[in-house]
Design a binder for this molecule. Structure first.
Ligand code: UD1
Length: 345
């Protein structure tokens, strides 16, 4: 197999999940051969058909749990030239991680370690890791740069992201064959414009936008806005909401940087956001404006663990990854609404 063909093969763990599936589409559209691993613990097999309908390509798929060391090593034995991985597979419910910490540490960290063990000894190993702006906690300065200090994690979930970055930093240090880009996501929202793939929360959504779309659809009675006495212009929390398609494209840019050996260091981190903060009330009003749906809401107590504000300084990602978020909050909310309607029909 020629070197350039090998370079185009990429493993996407958790590739049927929310961000993973959008990234799989972006990779296929950029000419990559995508292999997906997913244990289907928080994803549906139907997402694979959604990817095929958008791209015309049915990616190779393996139902596999990264914590199953035996199955994982037999997978890698059959893929001797696979060295590029985008690693999404992880649990992400903050509240659940507080209740079941061991499950989170095991799933998120044992999964990562097993993956890295199987990549050991290969040449030109490139890993893109799903990290989170949660590593910054309540940052002292806005917008948040990559130099902002890492704060003690608020939850086991957040801790797995911090520890995951540390594991990767140590592996890069020990092994000259390994290069890593950690992407610290801000708040991904929205869905693919085709409405073939999107977010599929199980049970009552914990995140703002799926709760909004389900409320507008009549599945939830009303939205609780968690706190209206924060020190912000309208009293509600501020976040950096990024369209999931923009976020997916950041992975393609990061992979190209790795493949073209453009890294300044073999372990790099980038903030992936829009650079713009929006309050909860601004999101509600934007949603109402673009969809024409009135959204019933009320003010409720602050949610424990919420930070007042978090939005990204994207200078580094814009310059080094040659990437920029191009979709607006309105675009993202419109696509989220189209997706909600699609899955209910
Ligand atoms: C949350 C996690 C974060 C994780 C991210 C993954 C917490 C505290 N943080 O981020 O660690 O990386 O999800 O997607 O869980 N809101 C309401 N009403 C709701 C839901 C949310 O007012 O029903 C508000 C929240 O208070 C917050 C904003 O909407 O101000 C965004 O909340 P959410 O979508 O849950 O994201 P984060 O809390 O930023």
């Amino acid at each position: 197999m020629s070197e350039s063909v090998k370079m185009k093969k990429v493993l996407v763990t958790g590739g049927l999940g929310y961000i993973g599936s959008h990234t799989a589409v972006a990779l296929i559209e950029s000419g990559y051969e995508v292999i997906i691993i997913d244990d289907l613990s928080n994803a549906s097999i139907e997402v694979l058909s959604g990817i095929e309908r958008i791209t015309g390509v049915l990616p190779e798929f393996h139902e596999l749990d990264l914590c199953d060391a035996h199955q994982l090593s037999s997978f890698f034995e059959r893929q001797p030239d696979l060295a590029q991985v985008i690693h999404f597979a992880a649990s992400k419910a903050v509240g659940e991680s507080v209740e079941r910490p061991l499950r989170y540490y095991e799933n998120n960290l044992v999964g990562l370690i097993n993956l890295l063990k199987n990549l050991q000894g290969r040449t030109g190993v490139s890993v893109i890791f799903s990290s989170s702006c949660t590593v910054y906690g309540q940052a002292d300065q806005m917008p948040i740069t990559e130099q902002a200090p890492i704060k003690p994690a608020e939850s086991p979930y957040g801790n797995t992201k911090q520890i995951g970055e540390e594991i990767l930093r140590d592996v890069v240090h020990a092994d000259p064959n390994v290069s890593v880009v950690a992407l610290r996501y801000f708040n991904p929202i929205g869905a693919h414009e085709s409405a073939e793939i999107g977010e599929l929360p199980i049970g009552v959504p914990q995140n703002l936008v799926p709760f909004i779309t389900q409320t507008a659809y009549g599945i939830r009675e009303r939205l609780s806005v968690f706190g209206n006495d924060y020190p912000t212009a309208d009293g509600t929390c501020i976040r950096d909401y990024i369209h999931v398609v923009d976020l997916a494209n950041a992975h393609v840019s990061a992979l190209e940087r790795l493949i073209q050996r453009k890294q300044k260091q073999r372990f790099e981190v980038f903030n992936v956001g829009t650079g713009k903060g929006s309050s909860v009330l601004e999101v509600i009003h934007s949603f109402e404006r673009v969809t024409g749906q009135a959204l019933p809401y009320h003010f409720a107590e602050r949610r424990p663990g919420d930070v007042v504000e978090a939005y990204a300084d994207t200078t580094r990602a814009n310059a080094e990854l040659n990437w920029k978020a191009v979709h607006s909050l309105d675009d993202a909310l419109r696509s989220a609404w189209m997706w909600e309607q699609k899955i209910r029909t």
